[in-house]
Write a protein that binds this ligand. Structure first.
Ligand SMILES: Cc1cc2nc3c(=O)[nH]c(=O)nc-3n(C[C@H](O)[C@H](O)[C@H](O)COP(=O)(O)OP(=O)(O)OC[C@H]3O[C@@H](n4cnc5c(N)ncnc54)[C@H](O)[C@@H]3O)c2cc1C
Length: 389
């Protein structure tokens, strides 16, 4: 069971699945450890949007371009349907904000939004309530089914000879200044290299192993609906997204150590009303983001569902009563530019691939760069990102 592996990847969301696949393409012997046989993570509950317009630096512009090009051919590469398509992103502008003024916040991005008045916005998205918006911003966006993409990566990984074991990583095995393996709830697995891709639970795993890190997380609440005949033509999100402000506030308000103190929990939540429809007609309606330092904390799902439906009823009234279930998950984030990627300073054998912004567009190309870096083929991008550098 506990054969030696070249790499152990902890976590089977989009980050761990794409990385396990890319490492296995390098002929490395890879074990993917995932705690849940039935996925219940941020990837499953994601909108699936690919914000390839959102590069702001040479690095993020390059990765955005690589990301969208990768997704355009990924179904063929993995021989598994990711349901990729090009889909408009409509950013709704509230009544008290001019679309032209809000567009200024988007000037830093590679691709500038089209500014739409109410009629143009409703022509593009007939489900929008014209009385609830002053207009909208339109951006070209990509869309995938995030969980089908993670599964396609995992299936391709298995065909490459990779191994998936459903066990929970409870600890990292340390020998002097190296991590040499992973202790799970059932076994111990040995490897000279372990990479943590455990999403919002990464912080706890690393902190328990005495590894300082700047991976944080929000608790997210959203509604997954049953398939419906009603057709949403775009991805709808607010032009002013409060989630980013919440993440920045949490960083300012909480000392690093505050994250590991569950007694004095800091709790604050916001609601960014948004909706996306998948190819099967089901919808994801979202989204509440809350900062609570205890990853086990349960948010009130009934209250959350009511608040989401109420807010959706003003923007997209026809979607507000579609039957569905409120779900929750943790979403990792960091105060670094893109993600926490690279090896840990002063400790051999342990790597991080985590805390992404625009995860679905950035993680897959970065998984390729990561695999090139560890095999010594090309290290330029990883050197730019490396957390121990
Ligand atoms: C409502 C919503 C909408 C979103 N929309 C978008 C979007 O449009 N575009 C975008 O790019 N991003 C979006 N995101 C964010 C994106 O979904 C996440 O950033 C991404 O899915 C995170 O992937 P991950 O692999 O890091 O984490 P996860 O998907 O959470 O996977 C982590 C995995 O690690 C496993 N794990 C944890 N601890 C252990 C352990 N100890 N042992 C073994 N396994 C473990 C978990 O079970 C889980 O399967 C959205 C998120 C939400 C909630």
């Amino acid at each position: 069971m506990n054969t030696n592996y070249d790499w152990i990847v902890i976590g089977g969301g989009i980050t761990g699945s794409s990385l396990a696949y890319e490492l296995s393409l390098k002929q490395l012997k890879v074990l993917l450890l995932e705690k849940d046989p039935i996925a219940d993570n941020a990837t499953v509950y994601s909108y699936g949007g690919l914000a390839y317009w959102s590069g702001t630096t040479e690095l993020t512009r390059r990765l955005s371009q690589e990301g969208i090009e990768l997704h355009r051919q990924l179904s063929a590469e993995l021989d598994g349907d990711t349901e990729f398509r090009e889909l408009d992103l409509l950013l709704t502008c509230p009544l008290d904000h001019e679309p032209k003024t809000l567009a200024k916040n988007y000037e830093k991005f590679t691709i500038q939004p089209d500014i739409l008045d109410v009629k143009q916005a409703c022509d593009l998205e007939p489900l929008l309530n014209p009385n609830s918006i002053s207009g909208a911003l339109r951006l070209p966006h990509g869309h995938i089914h995030p969980q089908k993409t993670a599964i396609a990566y995992q299936q391709a990984f298995l065909r490459q000879g990779g191994r998936i074991i459903y066990e929970r990583a409870d600890g990292l095995l340390r020998k002097r200044d190296s991590i040499v393996g992973v202790v799970t709830d059932k076994n111990t697995y040995y490897s000279p290299n372990t990479v943590v891709c455990a999403g919002g639970l990464s912080r706890r795993l690393l902190t328990n192993a005495g590894i300082p890190n700047n991976i944080f997380f929000t608790h997210s609440l959203l509604i997954k609906t049953l398939p419906t005949e009603i057709k949403l033509s775009s991805i709808v999100m607010p032009a002013i997204q409060q989630r980013f402000t919440l993440e920045a506030r949490a960083e300012n308000l909480l000392q690093e150590s505050g994250w590991d103190d569950y007694q004095n929990e800091f709790i604050e939540s916001i609601l960014d009303a948004g909706a996306v429809q998948f190819i099967d007609g089901s919808l994801c309606l979202g989204q509440i983001s809350a900062i609570a330092t205890n990853p086990e904390r349960k948010l009130d799902q009934r209250l959350g569902e009511n608040s989401i439906r109420q807010k959706i009823s003003t923007i997209l009234p026809m979607l507000s009563n579609i039957p569905g279930t409120c779900k929750s998950c943790l979403v990792a984030f960091t105060n670094r530019e893109i993600a926490v990627v690279g090896n840990v300073k002063d400790l051999a054998g342990i790597y991080l691939f985590n805390g992404f912004t625009s995860t679905l567009v950035f993680a897959p190309p970065l998984a390729k760069h990561f695999a090139n870096w560890v095999t010594g083929e090309d290290s330029k991008i990883l050197e730019k990102l490396n957390i121990s550098g």
